[in-house]
Design a binder for this molecule. Sequence first.
Ligand code: ZN
Length: 458
Amino acid sequence: MSGLIAKFSKNIIFPLQALREKSGMTHRLAEFEKSQYLSAAEIEELRFNRVKSLLIHAYENCPFYSRRFDKIGFDPNKFQSLDDIKAIPALTKEDIQNHKDNLRAKNYGDDMIVPDKTGGSTGRPLNFYMNRSRVFSRDAAALRHDRWTGWDIGDKSAYMWGHRGDVIGEASFKSKLRNILLDRRVVLDTSSITAEKLKLFKERLRKFKPKIYIAYANSMYLFARYLKETGSADHHRPQAIITSAELLGPEQRELIESVFGCKVFDRYGSRETSIIASECERHSGLHICAEALYLEFIKEGEQVEPGEPGKIIITDLLNYGMPFIRYQIEDVGTPVNEICSCGRGLPLMKMAGGRMTDFLVTSDGKIISGASLTIYLIANAPGVAQAQIIQETKDEIILRIVKDDRFGDESYRFFELEIPRFFGPAMKYDFEFVEEIPLESSGKYRFSISKIDPAEMF
Ligand SMILES: [Zn+2]
């Protein structure tokens, strides 16, 4: 029966939904499926053409880039090799925080643009835009990478994610129906985990039997630890597990793979640019989603040698609504100069630094994913340029904050309202205002730091 629904969903519902939304999803997915097997040289050519078109578009339509290019005498019409892009200064998060409206393309009206926001990989809240069709190309790219695990459209999946609404929409009849017929997902909300909820989730998975799990890396690790430490060997085992949203350590991967008896497919993505890179079935690095993104790995202004870590700089080739040109995402990665044995021409990389988060806990037994908090708490905080949360005891947290000039009464009211929503009414909190929050050694950024092991809560 479940197999029949999967086929019905893939072959009937998915194309119908694409038609209804005018998303071009079936066509977009087919394109991504095809282009992944282009040769490295063909992908390079595609990227060059897309970078050049984007630069010309940004110069003509975005005041921020017109000024920036003029200032350095950069003429996008004379762009001759991908290397030329290095002349353009990197786009920082502060640039986006301060010049959001001038970064928007004038020829994209409000009805062609979708606003979004993020807490970012280093706790800096960011509001940004993308053009409507970019929403669909992001979804299509993610579907392609999901399919590398053996999952296909219509197959069931389970999510350990920061917000239920993000995964299966609002609690309306329409989104429930869509979930039954098309998406076929169950969700554990990682912004509020308890031992009881982990137990119920385990039972739900046994009945629902999803093909894959998709999870924040640290949340998946916590679930694996829970199953191991409570001796629940009778749990469901998926075919594959996708981890995302925070760095996955080797010991975490090892435990997850041994508890669930399947491979982990690690993934690197961001809210601003969607899926950036992910592992294929060969697990020899992460394939960059190169048709949509141009990545540079930079050290002291120059591209690093393969195998050496560098700061990741991203140019989104398909977001014409608000071009991200040489966006400094504040993560660190290593380019890999090898062709993967899977036959895909998409270049490979490895993660070297990025977001790490500890879980935070409350005295009444709740566990809160740090990754959830960057996405759903800090992204919305007014006047916060960057933030970090520190917990030493179960009843108090410290909010370490770099203010921007909008920080004021509204910011205090925001935390007064939101802290109890995430942590319950008993949690005490205090502010510590600082000039900057430095990265740890090797480019890692720990958004939340806790002295308490969440496994104490099982
Ligand atoms: Zn591969």
